[in-house]
Ligand binder design. Structure first.
Ligand code: NAD
Ligand code: IPM
Ligand code: MN
Length: 362
């Protein structure tokens, strides 16, 4: 089993180191190979996604990804910006299905900004289409406006675009995931305004006919954003496009207590995957040793389950994370009165200790 480890920028190397430590504490044989990605790859090689990094990612069974980006690269031409590396990996590997499970662990009910009763027991799965939509639609650019209210002035434009097969395949992923859960799917769109969303809604409804055992409802994205904080437990599987899924998954992160708790898996048709926390490179706390590594550690668990056929090892990591939270250890983002504040490394060490203790016991 070969894992490509792409740590990236900001807190990326700190959190990835902890996930690697946890993987190494399992008694499994992995080959891990590292490669530069993002801003650090641009600095070293002049490109955020060097050929060798892309080649390694393609050859590997799975990619463990930290985070990319820093404000200092914001003035670069877009193709050279760190975020393009991630988009390039998603597109080149065909990683169209993004799973972002928002689970509120019992111990973190008090860490969220929402009232405890709204989020206690929360377990929702956001399925975000990841290789289409306004992220990749052409044409896009800047130009002198040919018409409109201000002819001749500068304008910028992006193209929101979805094809029927793109929607069909993500709809199948959502219905199949729902079959393993509570058999409910909410499809989120903006069909009252957008053509792409009307096609989305029509196609998802057509595919639903093949899953008569799964209940489907549709919701506009503005209402979904509101319902997510009003009554989050009304949702089970949420399926949506690339842009809406990006925004709603960060919103859902707060339902789990912190953005530092939300893992993700991005899969292609061959179940090859890229596993990363849903958050970014957090330049504001990078290098301080305070970032929460649990989203990355939980992403490594998803990697074992989805790409490496090691579901028991995945369960072990998830149960070690629960134990560590139950023991009261907290990084700054989830810290509250009566709990012990620890740094990134101590949190990773505690997960390893819990894993190892269980192995010794039997
Ligand atoms: P961000 O997710 O990096 O940070 C948002 C806030 O959450 C910050 O206050 C940060 O300190 C906090 N935070 C994030 N992860 C945390 C963790 N593990 N533990 C504790 N606190 C954490 O989003 P941003 O500030 O909008 O973006 C920063 C950079 O990251 C930008 O360059 C952006 O493009 C990039 N980005 C990358 C990814 C990715 O690599 N997948 C995702 C999102 C943003
Ligand atoms: C995410 C990030 C990325 C996205 C950026 C960094 C390209 O925000 O993974 O959620 O928008 O998809
Ligand atoms: Mn995002």
């Amino acid at each position: 089993m070969k894992i490509a480890v792409l740590a990236g920028d900001g807190i990326g190397p700190e959190i990835t180191a902890e996930a690697v430590k946890v993987l190494q504490a399992l008694d499994l044989k992995f080959e891990m190979e590292r490669a530069p990605v993002g801003g650090c790859a641009y600095d070293a090689h002049g490109h955020p996604l060097p050929e060798a990094t892309l080649k390694l990612a393609k050859q590997a069974d799975a990619v463990l990804f930290g985070a990319v980006g820093d404000w200092k690269y914001d003035k670069l031409d877009r193709p050279l910006r760190p975020e393009q590396a991630l988009l390039g990996l998603r597109k080149n590997l065909g990683l169209f299905a993004n799973f972002r499970p928002a689970i509120c662990y019992e111990e973190l009910v008090g860490a969220s900004s929402l009232k405890p009763e709204l989020i206690a027991g929360l377990d929702i799965l956001i399925i975000r289409e990841l290789t289409g939509d306004i992220y990749f639609g052409q044409p896009r650019g800047r130009r002198s406006a040919p018409d409109g209210h201000f002819p001749g002035s500068e304008e910028a434009f992006d193209t929101m675009r979805y094809s029927r097969p793109e929607i069909e395949r993500i709809a199948h992923v959502a219905f199949q995931a729902a079959r393993k859960r509570s058999k409910r799917v909410t499809s989120v769109d903006k069909a009252n305004v957008l053509e792409t969303s009307q096609l989305w809604k029509d196609v998802v409804s057509e595919i639903a006919a093949q899953y008569p055992d799964v209940a489907l409802d549709h919701m506009y994205v503005d209402n979904a954003a509101m319902q997510l904080v009003k009554e989050p437990k009304r949702f089970d599987v949420v399926v949506t496009g690339n842009m809406f899924g990006d925004i709603l998954s960060d919103e859902a992160a707060m339902l789990t207590g912190s953005i530092g708790m939300l893992p993700s898996a991005s899969l292609n048709e061959r179940k090859q995957g890229l596993y990363e926390p849903s958050h970014g490179s957090a330049p504001d706390i990078a290098g301080k040793g305070v970032a929460n590594p649990l989203a990355t550690i939980l992403s490594a668990a998803m990697m074992l389950r989805f790409s490496l056929e090691q579901p028991e090892a995945a369960d072990r990591i998830e149960s070690a994370v629960k134990d560590v939270l139950a023991s009261g250890l907290r990084t700054a983002d989830i810290h509250s009165e009566g709990t012990k504040r620890v740094g990134t490394r101590e949190m990773g060490d505690a997960v390893v200790a819990s894993l190892t203790k269980k192995t010794t016991k039997g």
